[in-house]
Write a new protein. Structure first.
Length: 143
């Protein structure tokens, strides 16, 4: 049976004293550590969310810059292509003009050579005709 006497009071006092000592030496430091750890984890989670948001902003900014760079490159490419086409047209026109000049010069030279050859052939033909006439007639035929 349970008897209530002075030992029970002493045991209760020992128990309360033990609880006080354990609370001060063991439970409070452990609870403080748990609280500190929870606070650290909460801050780490917030920091990681902020970093993820910042990374997302940076990625969007990079994509925007990339789009802008591609648009600028396309404009630059179009400008360079247009400039190259204009230069090519100029070169083509200049080449065509030079070809016409060379062709006209060559035609003039050929015409000149043809005229000289024609004169030479006319003289040769006249001389040949005179020679043929002389051989046929057997005497010298004058013009």
């Amino acid at each position: 049976m349970i008897s209530i006497n002075a030992t029970l009071v002493v045991q209760v006092l020992h128990f309360l004293l033990l609880m006080l000592v354990l609370n001060r030496l063991l439970l409070r430091p452990i609870m403080d550590q748990i609280h500190d750890r929870e606070e650290y984890l909460r801050k780490a989670k917030l920091d990681s969310e902020e970093m993820a948001a910042e990374a997302e902003r940076i990625a969007e900014k990079r994509l925007a810059m990339e789009r802008e760079a591609r648009q600028n490159a396309a404009k630059e490419r179009a400008g360079l292509k247009e400039q190259a086409m204009a230069e090519a047209d100029g070169i083509f026109e200049e080449s065509s003009r030079r070809i016409r000049e060379i062709r006209d010069r060559i035609r003039a030279q050929v015409q000149e050579q043809v005229e000289k050859a024609q004169q030479g052939l006319d003289q040769e033909a006249a001389a040949l005709a005179d020679e043929i006439a002389e051989r046929i007639a057997g005497r010298r035929v004058g013009r």
